[in-house]
Design a protein around this ligand. Structure first.
Ligand SMILES: [Zn+2]
Length: 196
């Protein structure tokens, strides 16, 4: 079965939605009762988005999307643990999602905590450990250490996804899955696409 959505079209639509959101012209599409009813029996999301749990980073709002449009996986620091990876595999393998967007953001509290060497003895330890490689890789860079690490973390997630999941790798090899990194600026509302 071919995916109902094409990756290039989906990405263009998401970024068009983000431009509306930035300008304060969000349309809030596909959120009425008719839409709810039409997708109640079956979902066909056009993209999966991995985002931080941060209350300021809700993907449906940032990309001006509606009900049933996005399959969203959210954990603090937009980390991708085993269950998050399984969720992505479900979106790709069962729902034929053609795009995964991995979205980091500015002033991320989880990344900030990891930069400061947060308390790994709590349940946050796993999150901090997941962020550690990006922090170590950017520690010598000039500029904002949290922004640098957040961007690096996204790049590493994108680069490492295929090796972690044969399911995702199979779709990427078949060119029916595109994985992109992105970075959201809390101040401007802009989502910037990160090059690999
Ligand atoms: Zn965050």
């Amino acid at each position: 079965m071919s995916a109902p959505w094409k990756a290039d079209e989906v990405l263009a639509e998401l970024w068009a939605g983000n431009r509306r959101f930035q300008r304060g012209e969000a349309e809030g599409p596909r959120r009425d009762s008719r839409r709810r009813t039409s997708i109640a029996g079956e979902q066909s999301p056009r993209a999966a988005v991995v985002a931080c749990s941060d209350s300021r980073v809700p993907p449906e709002l940032l990309f001006d999307q509606g009900l049933g449009d996005l399959f969203v996986v959210r954990l603090a620091g937009n980390v991708i643990d085993g269950d998050a990876l399984g969720s992505l595999e479900y979106a790709v393998d069962h729902l034929d999602v053609p795009v995964i967007v991995i979205l980091g953001h500015s002033r991320c509290g989880a990344v900030g905590a990891a930069v400061r060497g947060g308390n790994a003895a709590t349940h946050m330890g796993g999150i901090l450990a997941s962020l550690q490689p990006a922090i170590e890789a950017t520690v010598a860079l000039p500029g904002d250490p949290v922004a640098n690490a957040a961007r690096e973390h996204v790049r590493r997630l994108v680069a490492g996804l295929a090796a972690r999941s044969p399911v995702l790798r199979g779709r990427m090899d078949a060119e029916t899955l595109t994985v992109v990194g992105a970075y959201y600026d809390l101040d401007t509302g802009a989502v910037e696409r990160l090059e690999p």
